[in-house]
Each structure stands twice: as C-alpha cells, then as structure tokens.
Design a binder for this molecule. Sequence first.
Ligand SMILES: O=C(O)c1ccccc1NCC(=O)[C@H](O)[C@H](O)COP(=O)(O)O
Length: 267
Amino acid sequence: MDTTESELAPAVRSILSAARERSGGDERVAVDPRSLPAAFAAAEADDRVPVIAEVKPTSPTTDGERDEDPVALATAMVEGGAAALSVLTEPEHFGGSTDALERIREAVDVPVLRKDFLLHEAQFDAVAADVVLLIARFLGTDLEPMVQAARERGFQVLVEVHDVAELERALAAGADVVGVNNRDLAALEVDLGTFERVADSLPTAERGSVTLIAESGISTNEAVARMRRAGADALLIGSAIMDGPVRANTERLTTPAAGSDTEDTDS
Ligand SMILES: O=C(O)c1ccccc1NCC(=O)[C@H](O)[C@H](O)COP(=O)(O)O
C-alpha cells in the first residue's frame, strides 16, 4: 500500500483491516463477462448518459441504511436507464453481500461491477461478477499481479485511482478501464476537480484505448455535464441514486440536462 495507514480516515483503516481478514471462495471462479464498453456504447446510442448505478445500502459517509431487497433496487435502477450496476459486497461498513450480487446478476442483463476492497487473489473467487474493482492506492506493487489474476478468471477490471501518479501506475499495470475517484479515501472529502485534473493528464496516446469513469460525489445534472466535459466516458453514482426513489433518481441522472453548459457550483 502506498499511503501510510496513519494517513487514512479511521473508517478506511477499519475497512482495510476487515478486508485483510476476509476469505475467498472454495473454488476458482471463471466468468464469461457482459461487456462494460458495449453497455456504455448502447446507452450512448439510446441518448442516455452511461451511468453505473451503485447498490450501496449504507457507507461510512451515509446516515442510516436502506434495507429493501437489493434486487428490487437494482431492477429499478436498470428501469431508470442505468447502463451497468455496481454492487457493494463489503458487509461490515457498506451493508453489502456476495449473495446480493449473485441474485442481482441473475435478475438483470447489464454488466455488474463488484465493489469491494479486494486485497488477495483468493478473494476473486468469492463470487462471479462482470467487472471487479481494484484500488491502486491499496494494492501498491500487487496491482499488476492482481489485474492479471482477475483477467485469468475472465473478469473485466476497473482500476480506481485518485491522482496522476496512481493513473500512471494503473496504465503501467495494463488497465484499460480506469475510474477516477473524486472521494479522497484518506480524508473522505469529495472534490469533482479531481477527475478533471487526472483526466487532463491522460497521455494523448492512451485517449482512444482507455475507458475513463468519474466516480463519487456526482449528484446533479450539472455535475454530470461537468464530468462529461472533462472526458468521462461514464459515471459511477451511488448516494445520489440511493437517496430517495432510485428509479426516478437514475432517470434524472441518465437523461442529458437541457442547458448542460451551465456553470456547476459543486466543489
Ligand atoms: O462512500 C463512502 O462513504 C466511502 C467511504 C470510505 C471508502 C469508500 C467509500 N465509497 C466508495 C465509493 O467509491 C463510492 O461508493 C462510489 O464511488 C459512489 O460514490 P457516491 O456517488 O458519492 O456515493
């Protein structure tokens, strides 16, 4: 891990400590994944903003917990126009489960991202998904072998970064889908300028071959437009969809806003 443990918010230290202890599956998983880039292209062709809607029952920065059936939430997100889904499988801090992911993936036909804090290869074998998340900040020199181990099982890989140095490490590890998290996992503060700065540093040679996803803190159509102007091929949105009626929230954020060039005031 690049960041020293003491720099992290206490909640994140607790998440990592639990993640280190979590076991994997008994048998090696082999996946025939639904294509994430194809799902984004299909959304664009249908005039929808490509959004990965996140089933996130709770989190360290959320008050309360949504206890509805995760399959009902996921289905409503797809009905609202989500191109893909992200499902938290972290149980202790996000209220997620591998069982929920399994049931959601059976119920929908869009790609499903497993959102978790994966630190060991065996943890890939806990459940099949179309995409797995690997967080550059927490994997250090293990990033490249973890990317390879995920691909050997058939998973597509979303490598999450937060700054330009992590973007360089992600590209060196062979990432072709990169998520830029606007949430600083050390301080848990959100700044939409993070995506703008990191996307701007993507080398010209990589622009056609890397799918860029803006993650976290996106709650308005103005923020959606701002991330798209900065080069986001897709957006990962959790709280703004989970906070209220998920179908209507997804519909609002996947529908390009009239006047999307208005100045955004989100920080
Ligand atoms: O969301 C949190 O509170 C959180 C706390 C500590 C570590 C990670 C956290 N979130 C992970 C995520 O990346 C988000 O769930 C995801 O990007 C969606 O963000 P948002 O739209 O802001 O819910």
